[in-house]
Design a protein around this ligand. Structure first.
Ligand code: UDX
Length: 436
């Protein structure tokens, strides 16, 4: 099929390349000329494992092209809209400027029978409004939320765990759903659940999923706070409750909390939308989820300060990680970077390293000292804090190796990802999150 993908950020670029890799003819469109130039050369404008390979394949096959000219979407019959919906500058609601602009700009190129498939995360009620604008062209709007995780974007797009299509009522909706089934034919053929809903449900599936995940993380971080008050170990607690199949161990990783371009802004936008709907109290707990999450950053800073005997002033602190999670160069709302900035603010000499995110971090926080080589970053450290659980720090850094480089013996494990016993045995003062 001929597809267009409007918006080539983390979501859109992965979607365009993945759709080409399953056999479609795809045109990726973005207003950012630099992004398009890079993608057209087969170079992902951000770090995403596996993306370079399928970009190159798609371009070589002739099935994948990139442009800034929306008129090139005219040939396509299904148009995916995957532009950003960031938090508004002056509030918690989502900023829909890009979604509205993308759909409006697409209208002149739509023809009878086309499908516009919204992928962006939007406040419930948005699709119904957009559908009214799309409808006079003879095209149909569907809402097809995206659940990909950064770092696994290619895998999650080619082989998702479920597909959701919010469609209008009646024959028009049925036809639209069957077109989407055809788009995702390999997944549908192997039995991936394909759930057809109305618009509101499809929009809500996305925000509800992210709200649930954020709540799960903040739940275990709340247990970390209680563990800190009682001498319990939250990692053992998580293991033990995680064996209950109804609970499950995934997303029970206590630490410095969640960040990134989705969970923080999505729970805030959800709460703001619920307020507008007069149902603020239904998701009032999301405010606490947010607060617990932010408190963990304070705790991490406190552990470093305590470890250094009460003052980080003029102390060398090495921060291992900058990305909001491993396998990504994304620093949007990165808890680890926030911790680094706060330590800098307390007068410490902060050195940061990260396998992928240094360039992005440096652009936003030029005041910190960035070092590419992990061992160079560790040299002379009075204290070390792990904020992103990259394998380079979690598996490949032995305590003895760190001993030979650092000056001090303070290690703060912001992701509870290190072997506490091994670090202690090597003479380090190990501090975990919610661990004795
Ligand atoms: C998330 C959703 O998982 C995905 O389905 C949605 O499409 C977009 O938002 P992503 O932002 O890529 O994906 O990251 P995710 O893997 O969910 O992690 C989010 C944050 O939570 C990271 O900062 C991570 O470090 C943190 N986290 C995750 C924890 O603190 N503990 C955990 O146990 C798991």
């Amino acid at each position: 099929m001929k597809l267009s993908v409007i918006g080539c950020g983390y979501l859109g670029a992965a979607h365009a390349a993945a759709m080409a890799s399953i056999g479609h003819e795809v045109i990726g469109i973005d207003v950012d000329q630099r992004k398009i130039d890079a993608l057209a050369k087969g170079e992902p404008p951000f770090f995403e494992p596996g993306l370079a390979e399928i970009l190159a394949e798609g371009i070589a096959s002739g099935r994948l092209r990139f442009t800034t000219d929306l008129a090139d979407a005219a040939d396509a019959t299904v148009h995916f809209v995957g532009v950003g919906t960031p938090q508004q500058k002056d509030g918690y609601a989502a900023d829909l400027t890009s979604v509205n602009a993308a759909v409006d700009a697409l209208l002149p190129y739509l023809t009878e029978g086309d499908i516009v498939a919204g992928k962006s995360t939007v406040p419930v009620g948005t699709a119904a409004v957009l559908a009214e604008r799309v409808s006079p062209t003879g095209a149909t709007l569907v809402w097809n939320p995206e659940f990909l995780r950064e770092g696994w974007a290619v895998e999650d797009t080619i082989d998702p765990d479920r597909l959701v299509a919010g469609v209008p009522a009646g024959d028009e909706g049925e036809r639209a759903a069957s077109v989407l089934r055809e788009v995702y034919h390999p997944s549908v053929a192997k039995g991936t659940p394909f759930i057809v809903t109305d618009y509101a449900t499809a929009e809500l599936v996305k925000v509800a999923a992210n709200a649930f995940l954020a709540t799960k993380i903040s739940f275990i971080n709340a247990m970390a706070e209680i563990s800190e008050a009682t001498g319990a170990d939250v990692t053992q607690l998580a293991d033990a409750i995680g064996y209950d199949a109804r609970i499950g161990r995934r997303f029970l990783g206590a630490g410095i909390g969640f960040g990134g371009g989705c969970l923080p802004k999505d729970i805030r936008a959800f709460a703001a939308r619920a307020e507008e709907l007069g149902r603020g109290e239904s998701v009032a707990f999301l405010r606490q989820v947010d607060e617990i999450n932010m408190r963990r950053r304070d705790r991490a800073v406190q552990l470093v300060v305590d470890g250094l005997g009460g003052s980080p002033f003029k102390k060398n602190i090495t921060v291992l990680g900058a990305a909001f999670k491993p396998h990504s160069d994304d620093i949007r709302d990165s808890p680890g970077l926030d911790v680094a900035v706060r330590l800098h603010g307390l007068g410490a000499w902060v050195t940061i390293t990260d396998p992928a995110a240094i360039d992005n971090a440096q652009r936003i926080h030029p005041q910190l000292n960035y070092v590419h080589d992990r061992d160079d970053a560790l040299r002379g450290a009075d204290a070390v804090i792990v904020v992103t659980e990259w394998d380079e720090y979690r598996r490949e850094l032995s305590p003895d190796h760190a001993t030979a480089l650092a000056t001090g013996r303070v290690i703060v494990d912001g992701r509870n990802c290190l072997d506490a016993a091994a670090w202690r045995a090597a003479g380090w003062n190990y501090y975990g999150m919610g661990r004795p």
